[in-house]
Design a protein around this ligand. Structure first.
Ligand code: B1M
Length: 235
């Protein structure tokens, strides 16, 4: 049987997840969409579909990209297939009925066009009850300033996937300091090349390893911030 004839519905869950890995690798958008729907129909949670099939598949793509087995056009197709799956999951992750607990402006920094991780963080944050303003990719400091001044969020989130673009996060934070605005926002950063020490060195409040950690970290900081504001109001 050729791949064209493959009945995805006939595969068991493990086989389907393996097939999704192959389809993501091959950038097969429609197959990814179909498999995503099948797993949801079988009772998988949107979060499991996301992490156990799409993110897991993208990890393999990343390894082969690093090793020179895959090139930019192929990785772009894989990314588009992944985004198609994420589009199906987005409303399900966002509509959890969680009460609104805070707000965040998030964007990928200047020089960097990677947005899958940022989009995932946005979805999970929305699902957890945060209002999210996503300012997209390749953001100079002016874009962050404009967005935070307009939306007055609790959190400023920044994403960077390249070792060459992650230092730009420091430029944004230093600009906030210069303008006397640094303490008005919780600054959270994330992206594959970052770590805790880097976040600390640039003066961010927290480093988020993944989207789930971003949600927990954000909740934690926002609760502390609201407690502080409440204590000041009562003093
Ligand atoms: Co790029 N790329 N890429 N790429 N790419 C990486 C990052 C790389 C590690 C691949 C590799 O060599 N193994 C490498 C960087 C090496 C380095 O800097 N040390 C690399 C390179 C070199 C490049 C180019 C320079 C290639 C070239 O042109 N020669 C080029 C740069 C373009 C640019 O930005 N200026 C480039 C281009 C591309 C594509 C356009 C083809 C495509 C991006 C498509 C898109 O995003 N729309 C792409 C992709 C897809 C990747 C990999 C394969 C996958 C990234 C991804 O989406 N991961 C990546 C390899 C890798 O990371 N393993 C790679 C899945 C995603 C769910 O994870 O983004 O880590 P991640 O997000 C996580 C966490 O990091 C965290 O939570 C997310 C969800 O759990 N997180 C946050 C992320 N942001 C956060 C923000 C927060 C909180 C948490 O704020 C609060």
């Amino acid at each position: 049987m050729s791949d064209d004839d493959l009945d995805l519905n006939a595969l068991n869950d493990d086989e389907l997840v393996e097939q999704m890995g192959d389809d993501l690798y091959d950038g097969l958008k429609e197959e990814i969409e179909e498999s995503t729907r099948i797993l949801l129909d079988r009772g998988w949670t949107p979060y499991d579909v996301l992490t156990k099939s799409l993110v897991a598949g993208m990890t393999v793509v990343g390894e082969d990209f690093r090793d020179g087995i895959l090139y930019v056009p192929e990785v772009l197709m894989a990314a588009n297939a992944m985004k198609a799956g994420m589009t199906i999951l987005k409303p399900l992750l966002a509509e959890t009925g969680a009460p609104r607990i805070g707000s965040m402006v998030i964007g990928t920094v200047k020089g960097d066009i990677h947005d899958i991780g940022k989009n995932l963080v946005s979805m999970m944050m929305e699902g957890a009850g945060f209002e999210v303003v996503d300012i997209g990719i390749n953001n100079p400091v002016e874009n962050y300033l404009e967005a935070i001044e307009e939306h007055k969020p609790d959190i400023l989130g920044m994403s960077a996937l390249l070792t060459t673009t992650m230092p730009y996060m420091k430029v944004v934070i230093e600009t906030l300091v210069e303008k006397g605005m640094r303490d008005d926002y919780i600054v959270l950063v994330g992206g594959a090349p970052l770590n805790e020490a880097f976040a600390e060195s640039i003066g961010a409040d927290g480093y988020c390893r993944d989207a789930a950690v971003a949600v927990e970290t954000a909740k934690d900081f926002v609760a502390r911030r609201h407690n502080m504001i409440g204590a000041r109001a009562n003093a």
